[in-house]
Design a protein around this ligand. Structure first.
Ligand SMILES: [Zn+2]
Length: 292
């Protein structure tokens, strides 16, 4: 279970979201055969995306997070919906780099210099698009910076993925703390001083703390209220219709040419790696059906 919970602290003046995403990140690792570095990078982006998705209001609301940067991992894309169905990929899933000077996976170097873009499709005519430069490429810092500059919401963002010696995701999780407009200055100061000293989320989880404990520890408020609870899961919504649209965009002539050369036309979904295969007959009937 990838439990995701939202809380209110300090008499409803502080919002907290926390997630235990251990299984979710393991599933992403399994689907894409991710290296340790790619597991940490895609995992961290997926964890924060799930937490943001838990704040969407309507069933049809969609979130897309894109990281476009110049590091060896390439692009990272994660999509999520209000029901916490998560899918994501990283362009180069096999990249591994030497550990950084702290002995940790060097996510910052793997990602490189670039931008973070958050797209929220909340049923308006145009989606909301916010973008900012990456601050460190460590993901947690980058999202905190994004919330601050693009959404004018000062936030604490903690996110982590711990991979065991056996190559399994041992712990993965995160939390976001956001003071609401009515929050008192002294509470904000307190949140800052607590979070500067707090160990990483994966250390807290390794000590056996639940996300409820972590929400209390990270806010210093033992009277937090749970206001939302759901489970995040990796689920792709790709379909034959969507793949067919790609083939139509490719054009009948080009599609037939590929089949001529390779015996078949095979497309796979970036998000779940499911393969869709077409032969000449399939292509002819597809274009006939669509009158193209
Ligand atoms: Zn798919």
């Amino acid at each position: 279970m990838n439990k995701t919970k939202r809380y209110l602290a300090y008499n409803d003046s502080v919002r907290v979201v926390a997630i235990d995403a251990t299984e979710m990140v393991q599933t992403l690792r399994d689907i894409h055969s991710l290296s340790n570095l790619a597991t940490a990078a895609l995992g961290r982006v997926a964890i924060v995306s799930a937490m943001i998705a838990s704040t969407l209001k309507n069933n049809d609301d969609r979130l897309t997070v894109q990281i476009k940067a110049d590091g060896p991992l390439g692009m990272i894309v994660v999509c999520a919906d209000k029901n916490l169905n998560i899918k994501g990929y990283v362009s180069n899933p096999n990249v591994e780099l030497p550990l950084n000077s702290d002995g940790k996976l060097d996510v910052s170097k793997g990602i490189g210099v670039g931008t973070l873009t958050v797209i929220k499709d909340i049923g308006l005519k145009e989606p909301y698009i916010g973008t900012c430069e990456l601050l460190s490429g460590e993901i947690g810092d980058d999202f905190a910076y994004y919330f601050n500059v693009s959404e004018q919401t000062p936030s604490v963002v903690s996110v982590g993925v711990l991979i065991g010696k056996d190559g399994k995701v041992e712990k993965a999780g995160g939390y976001i703390i956001q003071p609401l407009p009515e929050c008192e200055e002294k509470v904000i100061d307190k949140l800052e001083s607590i979070n500067i000293k707090l160990p990483s989320i994966t250390s807290l989880m390794s000590e056996g703390r639940t996300i409820d404990d972590i929400a209390i520890n990270s806010t210093g408020d033992s009277n937090i209220k749970t206001v939302y609870e759901d489970n995040a899961k990796v689920k792709c919504d790709c379909s034959i219709e969507r793949i067919e649209n790609t083939i139509i965009a490719l054009g009948k002539e080009e599609a037939l040419k590929i089949i001529n050369e390779n015996g078949k036309l095979e497309l796979s979904c970036n998000f779940c790696n499911k393969k869709y295969s077409f032969n000449e007959e399939d292509i002819l009937s597809l274009f006939k059906r669509k009158n193209k």
